[in-house]
Structures are given as structure tokens and as C-alpha cells.
Design a protein around this ligand. Sequence first.
Ligand SMILES: Nc1ncnc2c1ncn2[C@@H]1O[C@H](COP(=O)(O)OP(=O)(O)O)[C@@H](O)[C@H]1O
Ligand SMILES: O=C(O)C[C@@H](O)[C@H](O)C(=O)COP(=O)(O)O
Length: 328
Amino acid sequence: MSNRASSKKFDLIAIGRACIDLNATEYNRPMEETMTFTKYVGGSPANIAIGSAKLGLKTGFIGKIADDQHGRFIRSYMEKAGIDVSGMVVDQEGHKTGLAFTEIKSPDECSILMYRDDVADLYLRPDEVTEDYIRRADLLVVSGTALAQSPSREAVLKSVHLAKKNGVEIVFELDYRPYTWKSAEETAVYYRLVAEQADIVIGTRDEYDIMENAVGGSNERTTEEFFKHTPRIVVIKHGVEGSYAYTREGGTYRAQAYKTKVLKTFGAGDSYASAFLYALVQGKDLETALKYGSASASIVVSRHSSSDAMPGVNEIEALIADQPVLHS
Ligand SMILES: Nc1ncnc2c1ncn2[C@@H]1O[C@H](COP(=O)(O)OP(=O)(O)O)[C@@H](O)[C@H]1O
Ligand SMILES: O=C(O)C[C@@H](O)[C@H](O)C(=O)COP(=O)(O)O
């Protein structure tokens, strides 16, 4: 897929949450002993939009933000990052910004403490998603978490319908977060509904298991099932073990993770998605796109945030040229 000749206003529009991450400033200790936190924009689809804009993609965002100091910080940060925020809606009903406190106990022992009761992003309504905005994109990136509750769920389903109607390719980032979902059955129903209509699906092996409502699924069975439906590319990530891309035509590609000095584990998935999509938009082949995703992720896990830390193209390409892979 090369969209370089595309006349569309946006290479990519992401839909879902834009929130706040509060990352432990003193790390390598439990959160109980952390006294200060550094504020960043967060929320997986917002992070993907920021990563994409930093790589030079024409990027838009659809989501609902709170009418408070955090909401205004998010809008202004994203605007300065070069993202079109005209699809962002300000909540008028007193809903709050979602917060994610991140604990960094050690480079591989991190956790996230979410404050997401009644958060503004899950109140995005279908009437706040317009055809005129969606049709201006080549890609619509849908976050799985935005399907967790109504009315955000219906807003996202409408965006999927509008994307299909207007020939906009759908990228489904499974982005599974256990909070806000009511049951495993419910999650599997909505995940499958959107995944089967998507053109590109990206997730970790564990997230595909959630979608299949089963444990220990295999990539072969997952992809066999997907290719009976719309998806043409399925990306399955396996953490430090690397990642795979499967194509409808029967291709299998693998990328290894790059060696890095890990500061924390989160942020890997969002940086991976933005760089992978950037490479596809540039018309690069799948094997190269996987390398871009892996390189970007390895850079972000070595830094403190998941949004501000997103790398530029030169950093990603320099890392790929160095080839410091983890497992061969
Ligand atoms: N510790 C690590 N060191 C280097 N790269 C990593 C590390 N952890 C993850 N990655 C890279 O990030 C990608 C996505 O990570 P993964 O943990 O599977 O996703 P998520 O963050 O969505 O859970 C991996 O495929 C790998 O390329
Ligand atoms: O998505 C969130 O609400 C929290 C993120 O902003 C946070 O930085 C994070 O968890 C990113 O994790 P990833 O899925 O590993 O990229």
C-alpha cells in the first residue's frame, strides 16, 4: 500500500481516547514509594496519532476530551504535535479525563493504575462522528478500548461503517485493557465484529486470545479464521520475542525485537503501530514495516513516556541500519 500519491487530507485518523499518563518520576521502586509523577498525553490511539505525526504523516484524531485543565492540555499538546484536532469534541456533561498512573518497579516489572470511571472519552456519541471527516483519510485507526462502552461503542461502529462506505482502510488496534469491559464474552463479541471488517489487525498474542475468548491460541488458527473475512494483513506481536505479519496471500514475515536499554515496558505497542503504519503508507514492504515498528518500540521502551518519546524517522532508520536484534 502506497498512499504517497494520495490526494486525501489525512494519511491516518485515529479514533478513541486521549488521556493523561502520570509516569513515576522516581522509578525502579514500587508506586507506594513514588512521590512525583511526570505528566504526558496518553491513551493508546492518542499515542499512535502523536507517533504518526512525528514521523510526518498527515494525522487527524476523533475523540471526546473533558472540559477541564487536562482536556485543554491534551488538545494543545496534540495540536502542537501537528495533529488536526477539529474532530475532537469537548464534553459538556462534566465527565473527567482518564488518568493512567504508571509504576516502574524495574525495566521489566511495570504496571498501570487506571482511573477511568465515567471518563469523557467513552461518552463520544455517534452524532459527533461525521462522514465528512472520516472520508478525508486513507486509514482509520480504531482502538479496541473505545468499543468497551456505549455511546463510544456506537460512535466507533459508525466510524467503521463510514470508513467502509468511503473506501477508507480500517486498522484495528486491539488495545485490550481489562478495565471498563464487563465480561470476556462481551469483549470477544465486539472485538470480532470490528476485526472481521478491518483491513489490517494489530495486536499481541494475548489480545488475540481475548478476542477468541480462549487461552493458548495459535497464530495459524487465528489467521486462518481472519482470512475468511476482510483482513488482508494480520500482525501478531510477541513482546521481546518479536512479531509476525501474515497476509491473505499466504505470506508470513517475522521481525525480531531490537536490543535496547529498557526503562519501562509500556509504550511499545503504540510506537510499534505508528511506525509500522508509517512504513506501509510510504509503500515499504511488510518485512521492512515490521522492522520500523520494532525499532520504534525499542526506542520508546528506553525512554520515560509513551507519547513525547516517539522517535523521528532518522532515529528509526539508524537503529535498523545498526541491526542490534535481541533473538535470532
Ligand atoms: N523489552 C523490549 N526490548 C525491545 N523491544 C521490545 C521490548 N518489548 C517489546 N518490544 C517491541 O515492541 C513490540 C510490541 O511489544 P508488545 O509487548 O508485544 O506489545 P504491547 O506493548 O502492545 O503489549 C514487540 O514486537 C517488540 O518489537
Ligand atoms: O493507553 C493508555 O490509556 C495508557 C497509555 O498511554 C500508556 O502509556 C500505555 O500503557 C501504553 O502502552 P502500550 O500499549 O504498551 O503502548
